[in-house]
Design a binder for this molecule. Sequence first.
Ligand code: IMP
Length: 405
Amino acid sequence: MSKYIVMGSQWGDEGKGKIVDNISQKMDSVVRFQGGANAGHTVIIEDKKYVLHLIPSGVISGKAKNIIGNGCVIDPVTLADEILDMEKSDIIISTKKFFISSDGHIVTPLHKILDVKLNKKIGTTSRGIGPAYMDKAQRTGIRMESILDNTFEDKFLEHLEYYKKNYSFIDDPMINEIKRSLPKILDSIKLIKPFITDTKQIIYNSIKNDENILYEGAQGTLLDIDHGSYPFVTSSSTTIGGAFTGAGVFIEFDKRIGIMKSYTTRVGEGPFPTELNNKIGEKLRKNGNEFGATTGRPRRCGWLDLPLIKKAIMLNGFNYLVITKLSCLSGFDKIKVAIDHDKNDKPIYKKFPGWQKKVYGITKIKELPKNCINYIEFIENYLKIPIGIISTGPNRKHIIVKDEL
Ligand code: IMP
């Protein structure tokens, strides 16, 4: 039976949603263990596009149990809206197949205000993620269990008082505005309440019953709170350690799958050694439609940075790699790949001749242009980990499978 984990090896947006959807078709459970609605996982099936923020991508296949683990922070309004949106697309979210941890923490509208006020220099998604984790760490957070024991409303009002007392920029009009949103929050809470439970027991039982389980990472390795480009990171553990604390039980993953884009992107601030602030970067953005799934912000674009992927392999123990968005590299005269960084962290590049042929939708490796095959082989030899899947377009079918999962 399969115990898989999928994680981003760069700064997020590597195309994890599509791969998770592909694998989740044979999974019994799909687990989210960190992050919140800052993530945006896009899955395209036939002509239908689904953007998921918090619900695991396994809901689309309809077969798997989908679990939001204790390591996640949950905005009840966003989650309720996402459930309703899914149902509009004929995806049924049932209490038999969808579970939210009672130990997860709640994101409030005040967290979003704090995010905008306190985290401007990071360029966050403004979804209140950092402040919700801040509350968790300083032990003033509100857990999902407060919805079950009907203490949410009192805790929510205490939370507003606490911040009004301690932060001078939070004034009465702001608090009153937030209080006016309470009925909407309570409506959302009513909708999500039946799904809240002890998810670690469900995961533990699935492991004991030797079911197929997939852990779905959000964001990417380089945004990890400990191992990423601090302070320009998200507030959760996006690397493999987060899977153990964020779902709560020990699991031996047999496949640790690293997703990498065939170039690099980043949203928000922070270092980006291979960034291209020129026409080539613009072309990558256009080819890859590189605009945030959550915020719509244009993503910063640059060449693939292999030393950073090596770091992600070291941190996560990847033993299977997926390369995505290969189709976006057609039409360049030359393609560069960083193979090292100098002492000032400037990339040292290897140049490759480009290819003009369209790669979009190709499903057989031998149909790829020769220069493109050389590019993939170089990456594989450099990283010393096999690339099992090559994604050649956004659709479920746009895929070359070299090594079946
Ligand atoms: P936060 O997670 O909203 O606190 O944002 C912290 C940093 O992580 C910012 O640079 C965001 O742009 C980035 N970030 C958060 N979620 C994602 C994601 O799903 N994809 C890419 N970047 C993300």
